[in-house]
Write a protein that binds this ligand. Structure first.
Ligand SMILES: [Zn+2]
Length: 125
């Protein structure tokens, strides 16, 4: 699967995010090594601390469906673009330290980094 195609899947689900507090909607599409795509959106909560990011939402969905190895994740936001937060970087590092991460304001201006570039010396047992 190409970067652009995965990003478009993230962009497609992004409007479904529940972000009444920040207004910052995020969609993520996580590609597993067996070719499946798992999407997620950020879900905010009145408690704030209960908020779950799109990247972790997609990963949770994948794990529950039996996928634990991943090649690439794409992230689309409602405002410009963003890389995964620190918590999500560590969360994804558990399963895919060599993950390819794609983000951009739109499918014609994508940027790519690896998870190791975003989280050097990530923690693993
Ligand atoms: Zn996050």
């Amino acid at each position: 699967m190409e970067d652009r195609e995965l990003f478009l899947k993230a962009k497609e689900v992004m409007p479904r995010a529940y972000a009444p507090f920040s207004g910052f909607k995020v969609g993520a599409a996580l590609l597993s090594t067996d070719g499946r795509v798992f999407t997620g959106v950020n879900v905010e909560n009145s408690s704030y601390g209960g908020t779950i990011c799109a990247e972790r939402g997609a990963c949770m969905k994948a794990i529950s469906e039996g996928a634990q190895k991943f090649e690439m994740i794409a992230i689309a936001t409602s405002e410009d673009f963003a890389w995964p937060c620190g918590l999500c970087r560590q969360f994804l590092y558990e399963f895919a330290p060599d993950l390819k991460v794609i983000a951009g304001p739109d499918e014609d201006n994508l940027r790519t980094l690896t998870l190791k570039e975003l989280l050097p010396e990530g923690f693993r047992l």
